[in-house]
Design a protein around this ligand. Structure first.
Ligand code: NI
Length: 192
């Protein structure tokens, strides 16, 4: 178990599509070690999710967790620690929302991205069991952000209106209050 260095935007491992893991290898010490390092690194960085290629592992694993009040994203509703190997996301409706995102691999930048509001997430958990569950509401954006990483896509690539870019300091000062109110409405409607 270790806290690993987080790669930053432009790094070739972040820009490439990560490869599938043979489900028969999930129980191996190698893959279990990857998952432990993802958890340790996400916790150390106060992230709400992290993908394996962000720590230099070119394989399709991401994790997500929001426990209590996340200092980077105080408005995010809780997500239990979720580990997904070979994740797949399928939209369950056409409805979208505008999500202001940041990323551990994109230092001091935030921007607004359109995300599906209702999705189905599937993949394998760290015990190798197949999982399939819906995510409806604000948290759907977190899962889509993490899956994008495994396809070499970072949130700035998806920002359609470049005037939404801001530093974290400017977001906190001028935008967070209004955005947190939007998130609150989504959470009230969907419970997540
Ligand atoms: Ni990210």
């Amino acid at each position: 178990m270790a806290v690993r260095e987080i790669l930053e935007i432009g790094h070739p491992v972040l820009a490439a599509r990560a490869g599938e893991i043979d489900p028969g290898d999930i129980a191996s010490a190698r893959v279990q070690g990857y998952i432990d390092d993802l958890i340790d690194t996400m916790h150390a960085a106060n992230g709400s999710g992290i993908a394996a290629n962000q720590i230099g592992i070119p394989h399709r694993i991401f994790i997500a967790e929001v426990k209590g009040r996340n200092p980077r994203y105080p408005y995010k509703p809780p997500i239990p620690l979720t580990v997904l190997v070979n994740p797949v996301i399928t939209p369950l409706s056409e409805e979208t929302f505008e999500n202001n995102e940041g990323c551990l691999s994109v230092p001091d930048l935030r921007g607004t991205v359109t995300r599906h509001l209702e999705i189905e997430v599937s993949g394998y958990d760290r015990g190798g069991a197949a999982r399939r569950f819906p995510v409806r509401g604000y948290s759907a954006g977190t899962y889509q952000h993490e899956l994008d990483h495994l396809d070499g896509v970072l949130f700035p690539h998806r920002v359609s209106d470049p005037t939404t870019f801001s530093s974290w300091k400017v977001f906190k000062e001028f935008k967070e209050e209004a955005f947190a109110a939007e998130v609150k409405q989504l959470v009230a409607r969907w419970g997540a």
